[in-house]
Design a protein around this ligand. Structure first.
Ligand code: SF4
Length: 704
């Protein structure tokens, strides 16, 4: 064991020891990637690495990461998008890697997992028995209800747990039940002030992370650490972002604000116990106005601010501000922790309501944000083009006169260029009321400043090079040419020999009216040729269900559809019986890992463009177009390419796998953008001949 950091073996030697220790074989792509990650860390240059399935990319970044931690004494943060990968790293890869490398390093590599504060049991909230946040009418823990039973299970588990980590509770519990025992980072009193601070589970997890060489976390916490004023991750100068194709979506979720009757009611309940009734009632009334307005408003993007909405948002904002003022100074009860907890919870909910209402008003420009005055239009009556133009002109004049960002611009294009955030209304579902959301059009600038600014970042995934280059994703990350290096280490799979990409050019283009009959016939013929063994990836749940219903009558193979059971159970059944087929939508596009003959055919019904009514995607597309770019290619085609590559990536999961990816949408071969999409897919052998592909499937089935 080297005593001195300067005696550390090079990355290549450590990788060989790791691969040998884990009983694997060294692969050229893995060696290349490990060297590149080591070099990037050394030269402090950001690196994006595409590494196909089977490369062994976890080891390729963990080995140089561990070496750097041993050399520098600082932790390396590894961020993933899914719990499955976090578990794989912490439960499988890292313990075995620590065993394999221990003798070559100054100390045995230590690792820890760190999640957001709300994932840990809050001892203070539990001990103080703080009043429920939930609406009494909706939730009564005394009732023998599913939630009541979950609450009881959490209380029993709380007496035994050593980590306080919610994921330990099996089966899992609902968010509603868990909220009774957890706090967000903003609601936490802080370990110094909290009576339970010394035993706090979240603090203990942070302490363990502070001593680790590798800290495994998720993209959401990474984003919070980078964006917020307070540090949640231990000091680090290197971050590895695995599943990096998910980074932008996860960061966008973190910075998306929401406002609804529920968020306002929560703030009223929390503040109502601490302030004069009349002040809290004002916020309650503003929340009711908001509820009434949103109940009749059409869901979708809010392009121009209707006067009614502008006034209501201003009402909500001002009423929340009055409650905040009524609560008094923020640190007034330092010596009364119980009351401090209640006040902190109230401040957090009120701040959220106030800041989100203001942010939504700001999204429409300074005129809207100032006095709550909006456009002279009812929310559910779309205005004519002329009135829209006059509104745009009016806002531009306002902006110009107040020195606003719109300057002298007078048209919608100018407004689009300067717009930074988009607001949209989401329909209510079940107990979830209609909700207004606000999100940035781009998180690139934020990532550039906050994440890439002062640390070395390695981004990796099996799908980063879209249309053959890293440009699309690097733009979304906010990285400029010269600030990063891209590397594609390829895949150990022999794609042209092991897989076929079949595009059904004889089929009609997919329409808006559900799954065409010809598609159902094509799917039936392909599945018959494959003898089952099919993963059907549909662009909507409606299409997946329609195909399942139609084909259950026609085929005599078991057909599972997402939603019949939990997705993990369905995937288990699918993997266990080769004749079984599984149909579903988004989570199956990325989450299925079934090596072997159970998965021989992947069917994709249509190119997965974002839905035309997707508010964020359509606003982003329009924004790119307004700034002179190609909005369709930068947003819709990029989104589709990423999902297609992920979907096609379900086919080959081990060196022995063989099969077919069948895309029914003929546009993949015929449209002007098809080259970009095809270049994003693995280099399978291609055909458009249905007879050839059915013959190949029959041969594969006979060989299996
Ligand atoms: S420090 Fe924060 S999270 Fe920990 S027990 Fe106290 S209030 Fe809860």
């Amino acid at each position: 064991m080297p005593k001195d950091r300067s005696e550390l073996p090079p990355v290549e030697e450590l990788l060989t020891a790791a691969v040998t220790g884990l009983g694997g074989v060294e692969r050229p792509g893995q060696v290349k990637m490990a060297q590149a990650v080591g070099d990037a860390i050394e030269s402090e240059e950001h690196l994006a690495v595409q590494a196909g399935t089977g490369t062994g990319k976890s080891l390729a970044y963990l080995v140089p990461a561990i070496r750097h931690a041993a050399e520098s004494g600082d932790a390396v943060v590894v961020s993933t998008a899914t719990i499955a990968l976090q578990r794989q790293l912490v439960d499988r890869d890292l313990p075995r890697l620590a065993d394999a490398l221990e003798s070559l390093l100054p100390h045995r590599p230590e690792f820890a997992i760190l999640k957001g504060r709300r994932n840990y049991l809050c001892r203070h909230k539990m001990a103080a028995g703080m009043p429920e946040d939930e609406d009494d009418q909706l939730f009564d823990p005394r009732e023998v209800s599913a939630t009541g039973r979950m609450v009881q299970r959490i209380q029993d588990w709380a007496n035994e747990t050593e980590t306080g980590d919610r994921d330990e509770i099996v089966p899992g519990v609902s968010d509603q039940a868990w909220r009774q025992f957890s706090v967000t980072a903003r609601e936490c009193l802080g370990a110094q002030r909290c009576p339970s601070g010394a035993d706090c589970f979240a603090e203990l997890a942070r302490e363990r992370a502070g001593e680790a060489d590798v800290v495994v976390t998720n993209h959401a916490l990474l984003a919070i650490d980078a964006m917020e004023d307070f540090a949640v991750l231990p000091e680090h100068d290197v971050v590895v972002v695995d599943e990096a194709h998910e980074l932008v979506d996860r960061v966008t979720s973190v910075v998306t604000g929401e406002l609804s009757e529920s968020t306002v009611s929560l703030a009223v309940r929390r503040a109502g116990r601490l302030i004069e009734q009349g002040v809290a009632d004002r916020l309650q009334e503003a929340g009711e106005d908001l509820r009434a307005l949103l109940a009749v408003a059409p869901p979708g993007r809010v392009d121009t601010l209707p006067q009614s909405l502008g006034m209501t948002l201003a009402l909500v904002r001002d009423a929340a501000f009055a409650c905040i003022t009524a609560l008094g100074p923020r640190n007034k009860d330092k010596d009364d922790p119980e009351n401090a907890g209640l006040r902190k919870a109230a401040f957090t909910a009120l701040d959220e309501v106030h800041d989100t209402a203001q942010r939504m008003l700001d999204a429409f420009g300074p005129a809207a944000g100032g006095d709550g005055a909006g456009d002279d239009e009812d929310m559910d009556s779309p205005g004519s083009q002329d009135s829209a133009r006059s509104r745009d002109s009016a806002r531009s004049r306002d902006s110009a006169s107040s020195g606003g960002a719109n300057g002298g611009g007078t048209d919608a294009r100018s407004e689009e260029v300067h717009r930074a955030e988009v607001v949209w209304l989401e329909e209510g579902r079940g107990r979830i009321p209609p909700t207004l959301r606000v999100a940035p059009l781009s998180v690139g600038g934020m990532l550039r400043d906050k994440l890439f600014g002062d640390r070395t970042v390695v981004l990796t995934s099996a799908t980063l090079a879209l249309g053959g280059t890293f440009d699309s994703l690097s733009r979304q990350w906010g990285l400029r040419a010269g600030e990063w290096t891209g590397l594609d280490v390829g895949s150990p799979f022999d794609h042209p020999r092991r897989g076929i990409l079949y595009v059904a050019t004889h089929l009609p283009q997919p329409g808006r009216d559900g799954l065409p009959e010809a598609y159902v016939d094509e799917i039936a013929e392909l599945i018959e040729a494959a003898g089952g063994r099919t993963l059907g990836l549909f662009s909507s749940m409606r299409a997946a269900k329609a195909a399942t219903e139609a084909l259950r009558e026609r085929l005599d193979v078991p057909l599972l559809c997402q939603g019949d059971d939990s997705t993990s159970q369905l995937v288990k059944q699918f993997a266990g019986d080769p004749a079984t087929c599984l149909f579903g939508t988004l989570s199956l596009w990325q989450g299925v890992d079934v090596p072997g003959p159970s998965l021989t055919l992947v069917i994709i019904d249509r190119i997965p463009f974002p839905r035309p009514d997707d508010p964020l995607a359509s606003a982003r597309q329009r924004h790119v177009a307004a700034t002179g770019g190609n909005g369709f290619m930068a947003v819709a085609a990029t989104h589709a390419a990423l999902l297609l590559a992920q979907g096609a990536g379900r086919l080959l999961r081990s060196m022995d796998d063989r099969g077919v990816v069948a895309v029914l949408d003929p546009r993949l071969a015929t449209a002007r953008y098809s080259g970009f999409l095809l270049n994003s897919l693995p280099p399978f052998w291609r055909t458009t001949d249905p007879a050839k592909v059915r013959e190949a499937l029959r041969r594969l089935t006979a060989d299996a």
